[in-house]
Design a protein around this ligand. Structure first.
Ligand code: ADP
Ligand code: MG
Length: 348
C-alpha cells in the first residue's frame, strides 16, 4: 500500500536555526500516527510543515503521492484537503454549534449542509446541542465540536496539535479514547502531536518519539514500551529502573537478581558492563521465591499496587503486584523477573 502521507528526510528552520532534522515518517489511509516528545522538540513545526504553513529546507512531503512541499515549493494550506484541531478549540464564540460545524462547508446546498452537520454531530455524540453556543458547553464538548467541524469538509488528513491539553486529566483520558473510536469509525487518517505519553498511546497506531528535532524511534506503542532503542526513549516512555549487568554472551546478561536471556542479540564483548531496563510489569510477586526485597514505597493504583523495592545491594526496583498482595513499608517480599524482552544499554 502506498502511504497517504509521507515525510521524507525533512529539515525545517527558523532564521537559519534548524529545529527539525532529517525526519521521515508515513501514514497509510486510516492510520492514526503520533509525534510524542517534550516541549520545544519540533512537533508543531512538523505539523506546520505538513499543513503547508512552514517551508522545507530539505526533503519532501507527499500527500496522495503528490509532492506538496520541497525546498523552494510549498503548496498552500487551503489546497491540501486537511482538517485541523488545536489545543484552544478555536470555536467561533458568537456562532451556535450547528453554524460552527457547518462553517467550512462551501459549495453545498442548505439541505446537504444540514445533513452533513447532523452526521458530524452524531459522530461525536452531540446531536442535541445544535443550537447551543460554545460558552454553554464543557471543555470536552467544545473539543468534540472542534473535531466535528474539522471533519465536516471530509479532509484527507486530520492534524491535531495537543488537542486535549486544556482539559483536566479525567476528561483527557476519556476524550482521547473516544476520539480514537470516532476517527477509526470514520476511517480518518490523522496526525496527532502531544507531549503526553498516555494520549499518544491511547490514540496512536504508530508513535514517533522526538527529541531535539529528531525522531529517535518510530514504532508501535508496544514496541516503544518493551523495546526502546535508546535511553531517552526508555526514560521518556513508561516507568522503570536500570540495574547493572554483565554480558555473558550476545543474548545473555547477568545481574544481581539473576541471569537473563533475551530475544535480541547485542554486539557487546563478553564481560562488558551494561544497564538492564526493568519495567514494573517485568518484576512480579512470588511469595515462594528466594529472591527477596524490602518494600520502601507503595502507590495504590486500583487493580494493582506499584511497589518500590530495595534489594540487598541497596539498588531499587519498581514492581506491580495485584492489589490484594498488600504489604507494608519495611516488609520483605518475594519477587521474580518475568521479562520477555531483554533491553540493555551500554554504560556511558
Ligand atoms: P513543540 O511543538 O515540540 O513544542 P516547536 O515545533 O513549537 O516545538 O518548536 C521547535 C523549536 O523551534 C523550539 O526551539 C522553538 O523555540 C522554535 N520555534 C518555534 N516557533 C518559532 C518561531 N516562530 N520562530 C522562531 N523559533 C521558533
Ligand atoms: Mg507545540
Amino acid at each position: 500500500m502506498s502511504a497517504l502521507l509521507k515525510l521524507e528526510k525533512i529539515h525545517c528552520s527558523y532564521d537559519h536555526r534548524e529545529v527539525v532534522h532529517d525526519v521521515s515518517l508515513h501514514a497509510n489511509k486510516g492510520d492514526i500516527i503520533c509525534l510524542l516528545g517534550p516541549s520545544g522538540c519540533g512537533k508543531s513545526t512538523i505539523l506546520g510543515a505538513i499543513a503547508g504553513f512552514h517551508p522545507l529546507d530539505k526533503g519532501e512531503i507527499l500527500i496522495n503521492r503528490q509532492s506538496v512541499s520541497r525546498p523552494g515549493y510549498t503548496l498552500p494550506p487551503e489546497k491540501r484537503r486537511l482538517g485541523m484541531v488545536f489545543q484552544d478549540y478555536a470555536l467561533f464564540p458568537h456562532l451556535n454549534v450547528g453554524t460552527n460545524v457547518g462553517f467550512g462547508l462551501r459549495h453545498m446546498s442548505a439541505q446537504e449542509k444540514d445533513q452533513r452537520v447532523q452526521d458530524m454531530l452524531q459522530l461525536v455524540g452531540l446531536t442535541d446541542m445544535t443550537k447551543r453556543f460554545p460558552h454553554e458547553l464543557s471543555g470536552g464538548q467544545q473539543q468534540r465540536i472542534a473535531l466535528a467541524r474539522a471533519l465536516a469538509p471530509q479532509p484527507d488528513i486530520l492534524l491535531m496539535d495537543e488537542p486535549f491539553s486544556n482539559l483536566d486529566v479525567d476528561m483527557r483520558e476519556r476524550l482521547s479514547s473516544e476520539v480514537r473510536d470516532i476517527l477509526k469509525q470514520h476511517g480518518t487518517t490523522a496526525v496527532l502531536v502531544t507531549h503526553d505519553q498516555h494520549e499518544a498511546f491511547a490514540l496512536g497506531d504508530r508513535v514517533g518519539v522526538m527529541h531535539e528535532g529528531k525522531v529517535l524511534q518510530w514504532d508501535t506503542p508496544y514496541e516503544l514500551y518493551h523495546e526502546p532503542n535508546c535511553r531517552f526513549v526508555a526514560n521518556f516512555i513508561g516507568q522503570g529502573t536500570f540495574l547493572q549487568g554483565t554480558v555473558l554472551d550476545p543474548e545473555t546478561i547477568e545481574t544481581e537478581i539473576g541471569i537473563y536471556q533475551g530475544n535480541r542479540a547485542y554486539h557487546w564483548q563478553q564481560g562488558s558492563a551494561v544497564d538492564v531496563l526493568l519495567r514494573p510489569d517485568d518484576i512480579i510477586h512470588d511469595p515462594k521465591s528466594g529472591l527477596r526485597a524490602e518494600v520502601v514505597q507503595k502507590a495504590f493504583k486500583g487493580a494493582e499496587i506499584l511497589y518500590t523495592l530495595r534489594l540487598a545491594s541497596g539498588n531499587r526496583l519498581l514492581s506491580l503486584f495485584p492489589s490484594h498482595a498488600d504489604y507494608a513499608i519495611g516488609d520483605q517480599v518475594g519477587i521474580k523477573v518475568e521479562a520477555n524482552h531483554l533491553v540493555a544499554f551500554a554504560q556511558n
